[in-house]
Design a protein around this ligand. Structure first.
Ligand code: ZN
Ligand code: ZN
Length: 444
């Protein structure tokens, strides 16, 4: 593998998309990635003479080269909604030719981004794919990181920018941009529901003119969280009673901390393995970024961090609970536990979120089998899938539109953005469009 990667986007001249509002010709918007998909989020907003990039992410495709958003180099600033790789993973590529592009985000986001970007380099090396940057570019990106605070406006040229808590993971933010009397809200990933880990999104804000919103679950609701929590606890307790190992797989940033908080109700010890350990240590340093720091600390006190192979081997030899990565079973320590226990009917493996097509997690759900160390194995453990999503549900998305009453909406970060735009137009009588490719441009 390796070598040059071609852009998947059709090349061509800019095409102006009219949605029939104003005509100030001072602001232009292009969606450079995640137009009609989840992954590689990137939105270019030109306001006056400033070019601001909202997120610059990477789409990790199972067993393939990662996909990048459309390339840009003349950027004045990056605004980062949160650390997840689909929002931050392409940022270092901006530093291949330049040393000075300021990146604005909430404090903890910088540290979590550091963790994820260095991990991406390691993963790329292991899987043999070509990442378009190395440690040097990551270091430059980190040097350019500037921490901002929720609700404290700052300026990029004549653009006034305000961050609001997005309720997705610690440090996640929605950004309101104001320029020449026109306002834009970019949501990044957000959640209006309360979670154990972070408070719900702060949407107490004035009306916006243009809303650019994620739309991952535009046509789906999430099951009530209380039910999912009860199910999780039941799986853990029943597995222990059978004398098995309860393996719980989830994302390192946000998800496994949420699961730790749920399990802390059970007053028992459990193990945490993989990158989630570092992510938890970082989160401990930012007490303001979690909903209830005392609860978080208590959950961490009940958590035993797996330090080495000796501990791992001990864990598989007695009834235990282990929370680990990767969330879609693509690699990481979860493979060790599954390799050891896949034949054991007393043990269980619980997936805590959606499994993308092509991942080992999806394969396990559909076939009861998966590949570990290049070997196909039948998994006899009890397999379950729960929904601990930290994204806005369909009703959350519709609620946000009502709350900020925009004059136009551009849905991004979803597989059915066009269908959703059409629905918004019909339901709310609001101009709404999904930009099909990075050469379409909205001018305001
Ligand atoms: Zn995210
Ligand atoms: Zn995302």
């Amino acid at each position: 593998m390796g070598g040059a990667i071609k852009s998947n986007f059709p090349a061509g001249p800019l095409r102006e998309v009219s949605i029939g509002v104003l005509n100030m010709s001072k602001i232009s918007i292009r969606v450079l990635g995640a137009n009609t998909e989840v992954g590689r989020s990137a939105i270019m907003i030109q306001a006056g003479d400033r070019r601001i990039l909202m997120d610059y992410g990477l789409k990790l495709v199972p067993k393939k080269e990662p996909l990048y958003p459309e390339e840009v180099d003349d950027v004045d600033a990056v605004i980062l909604s949160h650390a997840h790789v689909d929002h931050s993973g392409a940022i270092p590529t901006l530093f291949r030719k330049r040393d000075d592009v300021p990146i604005y985000g909430v404090d903890i986001t910088g540290d979590l981004m550091e963790l994820l970007l260095y991990d991406s380099i390691k993963v790329a090396k292991r899987r043999g794919y070509h990442l378009r940057y190395g440690p040097k570019e990551v270091r430059k990106a980190l040097e350019n990181y500037r921490s901002i605070e929720y609700r404290v406006p700052f300026r990029i040229g004549n653009v006034r920018v305000t961050a609001y808590n997005a309720g997705h993971i610690p440090g996640s933010a929605m950004f309101r941009l104001e320029f020449d009397g026109f306002s834009i809200l970019y949501t990044g990933d957000f959640n209006l529901r309360r979670s154990r880990l972070v408070p719900p999104a702060d949407v107490n804000m004035p009306k916006v003119d243009l809303l650019i919103t994620e739309s991952t679950y535009a046509f789906r609701e999430h099951p009530p969280r209380e039910g999912q929590e009860r199910l999780l606890k039941r799986i853990v307790l029943e597995t222990m009673k059978r004398g098995g190992l309860s393996v719980i797989a989830g994302f390192a940033i946000g998800r496994l901390a949420e699961i730790s908080l749920v399990l802390s109700d059970l007053n028992m010890k459990f193990f945490l393995d993989g990158m989630a350990k570092k992510s938890a240590r970082i989160t401990e340093e930012y007490r303001d970024r979690v909903r209830n720091f005392r609860e978080f600390r208590r959950a961490m006190e009940a958590t035993v961090f797996v330090k080495n192979w000796k501990v791992r081997r001990k864990i598989v030899n007695k009834p235990s609970v282990v929370l680990t990565t990767s969330g879609m079973l693509e690699g990481g320590p979860v493979h060790f536990y599954l390799k050891e226990k896949h034949e054991d009917e007393r043990s269980s493996i619980t997936l805590t979120g959606y499994q993308i097509e092509g991942t080992e997690g999806r394969k396990l759900l559909e076939t009861g089998e998966m590949t570990i160390d290049e070997e196909n194995v039948e998994v006899n453990m009890r397999v379950s899938q729960l929904n601990f999503s930290a994204h806005a549900s369909r009703s959350n998305l519709l609620e946000l539109i009502k709350l900020v009453s925009p004059d136009m909406v551009v849905p991004v970060h979803g597989e059915e953005t066009e269908r959703f735009a059409k629905e918004i137009k019909e339901t709310f009588d609001i101009a709404s469009v999904s930009l099909e490719d990075p050469y379409e441009e909205i001018r305001i």
